[in-house]
Design a protein around this ligand. Structure first.
Ligand code: ADP
Length: 172
């Protein structure tokens, strides 16, 4: 039987418990899941690609069924290059739907060989996004219940560093 491989693409800036939940649920359906960090995102990111990959690797630890990778260019091209046939995306609120629907239709227009599978968020993570986590942490709020401990530490360090840089540039 051929192995069923799915690609879970995203910005993962940084990975949250909501992402992890989707990965773990994906592993119940697929033999392996490739967590693919998009390099060509137009979004301003807090963490570099390397930092995001390291955080994901740390959180996944040594699960041989999960591969962590980056991709640039067309997602469907990357999916096919990995011998995968499914893209996993998560849906939280209705607000996610329009964008995700558009993306899935565009990808389907490019190739019928790749399916997009949507997974509904688990209730505790329905309002959880990387942006919310960054916002809360930047304001000094607790993020321990939203992200794994290593990510929480990385966020605190990042905002501390950003604060120090801002202060030193103000005093110049
Ligand atoms: P993107 O910039 O591609 O949206 P994200 O890292 O924000 O990248 O999200 C990657 C995928 O994970 C998206 O399909 C998003 O809807 C999904 N996702 C993010 N947070 C959650 C969550 N809390 N529950 C379910 N799915 C989520």
């Amino acid at each position: 039987m051929p192995r069923k491989i799915a690609v879970y693409p995203g910005s993962f800036d940084p990975i949250t418990n909501g992402h992890l939940d989707i990965i773990n649920r994906g592993l119940k359906i697929f033999d392996s899941v490739i967590v693919a960090v998009a390099c060509n995102s137009s979004k301003n990111s807090l963490f570099s690609i390397e930092e995001r990959l390291d955080l994901i690797r740390e959180v996944i630890s040594d699960n041989e069924r999960v591969k962590v990778d980056t991709f640039s260019g067309l997602l469907v091209d990357y999916v096919l290059s990995q011998r995968a046939s499914v893209i996993i995306r998560g849906l939280r609120a209705v607000s996610d739907f329009e964008y995700e629907f558009q993306l899935a239709q565009i990808n389907r227009g490019i190739t019928m060989e790749v399916e997009t599978l949507f997974m509904m968020t688990s209730v505790p993570y329905s309002y959880l996004s990387s942006s919310v986590v960054k916002e809360v942490c930047s304001l000094g709020g607790p993020v321990e219940t939203l992200v794994p401990p290593s990510v929480s530490k990385a966020l605190e360090n990042k905002f501390l560093l950003n604060k120090m840089i801002t202060r030193s540039s103000q005093s110049e």
